[in-house]
Design a protein around this ligand. Sequence first.
Ligand code: DGT
Ligand code: CA
Ligand code: CA
Ligand code: ZN
Length: 590
Amino acid sequence: MPAAETSNQAVAAILRGIGEYLAMQDVPFKPRAYEKAALAIDGLEEEVAAAYRKGGVKALEAIPGVGASIAEKIGEFVTTGRIKYYEELKRKTPVDLSELSRIEGLGPKSVKKLYQKLGVRTIDELERAAKSGKIAGIEGFGEKSEEKILKSIGFAKQSATGGAGGGQRFILGYAMPQIRDIQERLAAVPGAQRVTIAGSARRRRDTIGDADLLAVSKQPDAIMEAFVSTPGVVSVIAHGATKSSIKLRSGLNVDLRVVAPESYGAALNYFTGSKDHNVALRRIAVAKGWKLNEYGLFKAGTGATGGEQRIAGRTEEEIYRAFGMDYIEPELRENTGEIEAARRHALPKLVGYSDLQGDLQVQTDWTDGAESIESMARQAAARGLSYIAITDHTKRLAMTHGLDEKRIVKQWAEIDRVQKKLRGKITILKGTECDILKDGSLDLPDEILAKLDVTGVSVHSHFTLPRTEQTARVLRAIGNPHVDILFHPTGRIINRREAIDLDMEAIIAEARRTKTVLEINAFPERSDLRDEYVRQCTAAGVKLSIDSDAHHSRHYDHLEYGIAQARRGWAEKKDIINTRSADAMLRCLK
Ligand code: DGT
Ligand code: CA
Ligand code: CA
Ligand code: ZN
């Protein structure tokens, strides 16, 4: 995301950095204050940058643990992209603390000591010092800690490129544009006949371990050469005639394989996976006396002549056909029943990537969104949507300037005004993203909810309630007869926050009973509901919506990833309410 520089994570990181430099200089108390503020901001739902732009320092001081002086520094960061105080601290002790403090067992104090005694400022200098045995000689370190430091350096270097921290997987929606850029570049190389995305990215898993590309080319050398010189490559892991691997600055590894045209389908099938799907297919081949690999599907040679006979391999379709199966969409290839269904010709007809007519969760500058109602509506129309619901936050989210009863009524007048202007272009529905309070009651009174077209509700606080309490809370909320949609039902944020502890079976059963729609939130780090819950919903006949949760018009582009998760959950067009016209969609609500 282009705005990532002022994300809560970026703000928290710089505050944490200040705390670390202060700790290094033995300043009392202050380090803890910065650390606490960083922690609070990390866990916030609302974007502090947006809160500051709207409400100034006052809005920031409303955050527990953020006092006047820290609030001011956050403000400076949001407006200028830097904090002078931080830069002064860094100048005083010019060590790369953010890098060095990633080394296990190295706190600010030991970093300071290593700087004073050995002049260590960077990881490379640390490595040199450790390898030459100088660290073991320093009081308080010893040989054991030197060894430990060396080990930890190896790990820190591996995960130093950001994007996803140590051992973490990459979020599909943010990796995909990078992968598509490479795909496009390669497709333009002379001789390239096909360049396709394979692996988990083609299956549209919400996260990917690495990216896999497959190409058919008349000039394999040229495409490999272009691949290893992709802009943004930090290292070339392998450079061969048929397989190369690179690492991008974001930390993402990308594999490219070049295959022969007659094997393209077989290779695509093999490298799309999943591994479990592949294994199951291969087993079926073996049972028939066939052989399936990345080169093709083969029948053992018959009679005296011997030799294998190719049954299929040029396309995936012909391979599935040879097995007597319907074509299996990549999103389904997880060996969770798709093979049996393909044999019985009983696969779902998945919701398509251009099936959405509307978006039911859109934020505006009335709260923490970046654009006006009119701008969000125009941009939605430009993207081919025929309706959106304006669903700004409610008052409990004070930092986002959440709407109370009075302001939401004012907002309706503005929606009416914009609607008049854009009549015929797009329908703007009145909605809310109403906070579910701790006890399951709602942040707006029923009289208001009754007047809305679309009432969405969501959990933005008390994420750690125990399962029974959390489940009861959400059940109570969706039991409200005005509540239409449960937004981002599990609250997870990939690589950052666990899902809240919910008895999903109970939630799905109650959604079914009360005709509450569950959302597939398309925001890449949310992807919430996730695939397995989507599948449980479709199986139970619970209706779903796919929403962008846009806080900026460019976020409409995320809808694609929500559709992907819906498909991974076997959802059909009829399961998704916003594949319908506005009128038909509204009839699906309570
Ligand atoms: P990822 O990268 O962890 O998100 O997951 P994938 O599915 O992209 O896995 P990756 O990149 O290791 O390999 C790409 C595909 O290659 C994988 O989906 C299936 C195939 N593949 C890799 N290793 C094996 C294997 O040992 N056996 C079989 N049958 N297929 C494999
Ligand atoms: Ca992969
Ligand atoms: Ca791979
Ligand atoms: Zn929001």
